[in-house]
Design a protein around this ligand. Structure first.
Ligand code: ADP
Ligand code: MG
Length: 321
């Protein structure tokens, strides 16, 4: 492209809130044949809200949304109730800055529960948290977090699957009383996020241009697919349960198939993936780390601007051919 054409394209981008970091980026964007979206905060608002709290008997599933009045008769008397489960989870999550954690804490406080600061706290990235609350060890996180601690998540599986099929992120809550060898599953909490208004339209417009659209997330497969379905991404194009440090490998694997990928993300987690992508795009209120690693910054928080970026690149460079 001539320097003049590149300048015009860059200026048109800026007018539309699409900031290309340089003329070479503007040229590269037209070659994108695959767009990989991060899920949380990119396709969704990233503003979680606590939606469900279910007490679970570690030995067997208990009354879940009206399933079994009969089952509740079998419940041991010292079983925690919903408020106990939520209070434990929220107290453990007070140590975490994760959006999932903040929603749990806020939900518990809204219900007027006595949430306390944990005495000890440890983040288990991509899996959850481990904390000490009232002297007991408390775990909040995914199936793997519990399995790694030798706690069987299966009594909660039905509840988890029901919530995940609704597109919610369900988290297990377990407790190991002080001095006890074994931990026990005590409940499930779930957070939900809202899909951004422009997400489905953006995916549709990209596909119309013949661009493959994929999604990558640390969230579980079932939740990821439910969200993908809402925005029009094929289930086979979903990469779920990808650990933060593995996101860039996942993008490299996609590019190793000969694709020219644009990765779109907002978080610190996404920065390495943005850096390895053919074009890295940071969206909206993205973190500084993501913006720094990216080639393109979308000033507005609207996924439709991904289409704009590609269209501007395409139009600018076609004109001068
Ligand atoms: P994402 O890519 O969606 O931001 P993460 O990689 O941060 O997700 O986390 C992956 C999964 O690990 C979450 O879906 C959740 O099941 C679990 N997890 C992570 N952090 C927490 C937390 N603070 N509390 C409970 N669960 C968590
Ligand atoms: Mg994100």
């Amino acid at each position: 492209a001539t320097p003049a054409a590149t300048m015009v394209g860059t200026a048109i981008g800026a007018q539309n809130g699409v900031l290309f970091k340089g003329g070479d980026i503007l040229e590269r964007a037209k070659d994108v044949d695959t767009v990989v979206f991060d899920k949380t905060g990119t396709l969704t608002e990233g503003e979680m809200e606590l939606t469900d709290v279910v007490a679970v008997d570690g030995e067997q599933p208990v009354a879940d949304g009206g399933t079994a009045a009969a089952e509740s008769a079998a419940v041991s008397s010292d079983r925690l109730d919903e408020d106990d489960v939520l209070r434990l989870a929220a107290s453990a999550e007070r140590g975490s800055e994760h959006p999932l954690a903040r929603a749990i804490v806020e939900g518990a406080e809204e219900r007027g529960l006595d949430v306390v600061d944990p005495d000890g706290f440890e983040n288990v990235p991509g899996h959850g948290v481990r904390a000490t609350v009232d002297g007991d060890e408390v775990l909040v996180g995914n199936r793997k977090l519990l399995r790694d601690e030798g706690i069987d998540p299966s009594p909660a599986v039905e509840t988890m699957e029901r919530l995940e099929n609704e597109g919610k992120t369900a988290m297990l809550v377990a407790r190991r009383p002080a001095g006890a060898d074994e931990g026990e599953l005590v409940g499930v909490v779930a957070d939900a996020d809202t899909v951004k208004d422009g997400a489905a339209e953006a995916v549709g417009a990209l596909r119309e241009r013949g661009i493959d659209v994929m999604m990558i997330t640390g969230d579980n497969e079932r939740t990821a697919r439910a969200v993908a379905e809402r925005v029009g991404i094929d289930p086979e194009n979903v990469r779920a349960e990808v650990l933060p440090e593995d996101k860039s490998d996942a993008v490299e694997a996609i590019q190793a198939e000969g694709r020219q990928a644009m990765m779109v993300g907002d978080g610190v987690n996404d920065a390495p993936a943005l850096a390895v992508a053919h074009v890295g795009t940071a969206i909206g209120s993205g973190t500084d780390v993501a913006i720094e690693a990216a080639d393109v910054t979308l000033m507005r928080d609207d996924p439709i601007d991904v289409v704009k970026a590609i269209r501007i690149s395409d139009a600018t460079l076609r004109k001068i051919k």
